[in-house]
Design a protein around this ligand. Structure first.
Ligand code: ADP
Ligand code: MG
Length: 429
């Protein structure tokens, strides 16, 4: 396999990185002292790229470099270096619209496909914190500020048509990353594919049913069409709990390499899906039956809060001065009658977005159970019977959310259905 890389590109390692960083005066002074005194640690938990934590006497940096292939798989799965360009572009848009909620970028090298950014410490990945049963009191507030602002300000509600089209053009080249999503989320879980895997034989009948479910295949195809064609706003594109780093008082969204102009519900759905998957996985992590009851309640409360608080913030932005986009021209909604009609439509817009969110959330839950990439909330449950029970409950809820969203008029109904499903003992294969 011939992997194309530009002249001057070379993957960094712990040996080469300090000399490179020392050539950048700002980075050198951020780390402080001499390069020989810096420590470099390669982070192991990334799937696609190289990530290093570099520490010096004055401070630290996180350095992320794209490889011309998928790190986890190797050279047999090529992936363009340009993903670093889109990650950098998305980070700068996000920093503008949601300041303080992404790591600050210190340096970007297009040839090396390398981003040096603020080292988040003592932050941990939210997913890991939630598996351990830790509460994050700022999470709902921060993540809804992030989603409401990044989505609103990059949509036709805030931008002129020309500015919006510039953004569409700027991200249109990120098609290789989009294709991963199109295949792994919207297609392969519903057919026989080499990439698929699930807890077998326990979930064999569940996986088989997905492949025979015509209603589900229509529903996932409609969602795929939205993902392919609806350039609603700049979406992060991979907003699961592994892309969020937290302390109890700070929240940062990392890793927007999948960013492009797509449907808003995809980001919101990713959040809801990963919270629900964590909810179902708690049965596999609790120290004794019932020990995590309070925590489970917090996870569901957080799920409700994410939608409710997002909706409030999004509405407030739309009612405010930033709503200067070409969508819903003010000239059409003059006077008290017009204003009332527009406000009605704002709520209807949010209702449609809520439905999208349920559908995309369901798609994300299903792919994490029968597709290629699973999540550790469920994977870390060692006993396969126990894991399969959690997974079967999540699959059952997801199928309903996707095919029958009308059964869940509010996010509270989703939370209630999840809680009810916990009492169900699935029949396993
Ligand atoms: P990939 O896209 O390859 O999956 P990520 O951007 O998700 O890479 O980063 C991989 C890991 O590196 C994260 O899970 C996190 O542990 C660590 N990491 C990434 N960015 C930072 C940062 N700015 N500060 C501290 N750790 C980070
Ligand atoms: Mg990534």
């Amino acid at each position: 396999m011939q992997l194309e890389v530009p002249e001057g590109y070379r993957p960094q390692d712990a040996g080469s990185l300090p000399a490179y960083l020392a050539e950048q005066p700002e980075l050198r002074s951020a780390l402080g002292g001499a390069p020989e005194a810096w420590t470099v640690e390669e982070v192991g938990d990334g799937n696609l790229n190289l990530v290093f934590k570099v520490r010096g006497p004055a401070g630290g940096l996180a350095v992320k470099q794209a490889l011309p292939y998928v790190r986890l798989v190797g050279e047999s799965w090529p992936l363009p270096l340009s993903r670093a360009h889109y990650e950098h572009l998305a980070l700068s848009q996000e920093a503008r619209h949601a300041p303080g909620l992404v790591p600050a970028v210190r340096h970007y090298d297009e040839t090396l496909a390398l981003i040096a950014m603020e080292l988040l410490e003592p932050h941990i990945i939210l997913r890991q914190g939630m598996i351990a049963g830790t509460r994050y009191p700022r999470f709902v507030e921060d993540i809804t500020t992030f989603t409401a602002n990044t989505l609103f300000h990059t949509s036709d509600l805030a931008l002129t048509a020309a500015a919006k089209k510039d953004l569409v053009a700027a991200f249109a080249g990120n098609s290789a990353l989009c294709k991963i999503t199109e295949d792994l989320i919207f297609t392969e879980p519903y057919m026989i594919a080499d990439n698929n895997r699930w807890t077998s034989p326990q979930l064999d009948p569940y996986a088989a049913r997905l492949r025979e479910d015509g209603d589900l295949k229509v529903a996932i195809s409609r969602l795929k069409l939205r993902f392919l064609g609806d350039a609603q706003a700049l979406i992060h594109g991979d907003l699961h709990t592994g892309s969020i780093m937290v302390t109890e008082s700070d929240t940062r969204v990392i890793d927007p390499e999948f960013a492009f102009m797509g449907p808003m519900g995809f980001d919101l759905g990713a959040l809801v899906a990963n919270l629900l998957l964590n909810y179902f996985s708690q049965d596999g992590h609790e120290e004794r039956p019932g020990a995590r009851d309070d925590y489970r309640a917090w996870v569901l409360e957080t799920t409700r809060g994410v939608w409710a608080s997002f909706g409030e913030k999004f509405l407030a932005l739309w009612r405010g001065a930033a709503a200067a986009g070409d969508g819903y021209p003010a000239a059409l909604f003059q006077g008290p009658l017009g204003a009332a009609r527009l406000d009605q439509e704002r709520k209807a817009y949010l209702d449609r977005l809520y439905r999208d969110t349920l559908g995309f959330a369901a798609a994300k839950m299903i792919r994490r159970i029968v597709g290629l990439a699973h999540n550790i909330d469920l994977e870390w449950i060692e006993d396969p019977e126990r894991r399969a029970r959690c997974e079967a409950r999540a699959l059952t809820l997801a199928r309903e959310m996707m095919v029958n969203p009308g059964a869940f008029p509010s996010i509270g109904d989703v939370a209630e259905a999840a809680a009810e499903l916990r009492g169900w003992v699935p029949k396993l294969g």
